[in-house]
Write a protein that binds this ligand. Structure first.
Ligand code: SAM
Length: 396
């Protein structure tokens, strides 16, 4: 890839020679050419700006130096349009995103026109659009003094995506905003020593259990994204408050889909497709809604959680029990406290005659058992349970 920079402050772009971009240039992966725009002026003062037509504060960058520069750089109408992009850095441009950086990393040539003062005469941009693809790009919703910092930032974001640029290609795959990260922010990272200034690296990262580490990282990504950039999440995932309402018959289709999403995952983890919830027909889900006290959480138009309870005939020697079941939370919202909220809710609406709560969960589902134990339930291997399940109870 060849990169050209048109600027009135060429020294500002000296950092391009540092670090990885410099190395990539030395290795021939990219070619960097920084040009002083004043080289294309012809007056004694090397003037690149003039007062704005129509009045107003500040100065505007003149069209002629840019026009001549484009011509000298070999940008002419009909040449290499499909391979070349001219970038105008401007606060009124499209935002720089990882997706845009990926797109730009496929170009053979990028020419940056760095603005100063109040910006560049509009005719330069219109003219450039006849020579190449034009992108007007903003670093963010704030105003810099000039386009050089933006050009540096865009360069870094783009060239590190060129195949062969990064020593370890995996580091690009997992980071924030990468498609493979599901558009989430990156999880927190740690290195040695394991303890520093009284702060310890989270135990899970030292456990060597890759499954648990992956689950922890995913959870951190979701939490971080929800707190820092809720705009990156589905509105339901960005919600911090949930309203729990009685489920109605019309919820059955969505509820069945939600249960499949939750229990297929559990079945895969336990390597056992026998989970009862997975075998319910649509009619049985409807019946469940009608015969149990079933609750649902619906947010941003999605059904994202559910739980149900009913009075059950007590096992011998036990008082009246409130049977709790089908506690499920949409996969992208797990770990956000919604499961605990649903459990608290179903315990709160327990009829007066029940003296304890009862539920069952997979005998191998350590995560679920941990969750219920934390809520005060204890394992009851003495009580009858469905195959491969274990009953847990808690006194009211
Ligand atoms: N008058 C312009 C406006 O309000 O949009 C701002 C001009 S700014 C002082 C000078 C130059 O800095 C711009 O032409 C542009 O090249 C660059 N610049 C400023 N903020 C930027 C941003 N957020 N992203 C990219 N470039 C920016």
């Amino acid at each position: 890839m060849r990169l050209d920079y048109l600027t009135i402050f060429p020294d500002y772009l000296a950092p391009l020679q540092l670090s990885l971009p410099g190395k990539a240039a030395a290795g021939g992966l990219i070619e960097l050419h920084v040009h002083d725009l004043r080289a294309w002026t012809h007056d004694r003062h090397r003037t690149v700006d003039d007062t704005p037509y129509g009045g107003g504060a500040g100065m505007v960058m003149k069209p002629e130096p840019f026009g001549e520069a484009f011509a000298d750089l070999g940008l002419a109408a009909g040449t290499a349009r499909e391979h070349t992009t001219i970038i105008f850095t401007t606060p009124s441009g499209e935002p720089l995103t990882q997706e845009l950086a990926h797109e730009l990393s496929t170009r053979e040539r990028i020419v940056f026109a760095c603005g100063r003062y109040e910006g560049i005469d509009q005719r330069v941009i219109d003219h450039a659009a006849e020579l190449a693809e034009v992108r007007e790009i903003s670093l963010g919703d704030y105003v810099l003094n000039g386009g050089e910092v933006a050009a540096l930032a865009i360069t870094e974001a783009v060239v590190r995506l060129i195949p062969g640029f990064m020593g370890n290609a995996d580091s690009i795959v997992e980071e924030s905003h990468a498609a493979q990260s599901g558009g989430l922010l990156e999880y927190p990272v740690y290195t040695k020593p394991a303890s520093w200034q009284g702060r310890d690296v989270p135990d899970v990262l030292l456990s060597g259990d890759h499954g648990r580490i992956a689950a922890w990282r995913r959870q951190q990504q979701l939490e971080r994204t929800a707190v820092r950039r809720p705009d990156l999440l589905h509105p339901a995932a960005a919600a911090t408050e949930w309203e729990i309402v009685p489920a109605v018959r019309a919820d059955a289709g969505e509820l069945m889909t939600l249960m499949r999403a939750c229990w297929v995952q559990e079945a895969i983890e336990a390597d056992d497709l026998g989970v009862p919830a997975l075998h319910e027909t649509y009619e049985q889900v409807v019946e469940g809604i009608l015969t149990w006290d079933t609750y649902a959480v619906r947010t941003a138009g999605r059904l994202v959680g559910s739980v149900r309870g009913r009075l059950a005939p007590p096992p011998e020697g036990e008082g009246q029990m409130w049977d709790i079941g089908r506690l499920c939370v949409a996969p992208d919202l797990q770990g956000r406290g919604l499961g605990r909220l649903l459990l608290e809710h179903i315990m709160r609406v327990t009829p007066a005659q029940a003296t304890s709560y009862s539920l069952f969960t997979g005998v191998h589902s350590a995560r679920n058992q941990r969750f219920y134990k934390k809520a005060g339930f204890r394992l009851r291997p003495d009580l009858p349970a469905p195959p491969k399940a274990v009953v847990m109870t808690r006194r009211r």
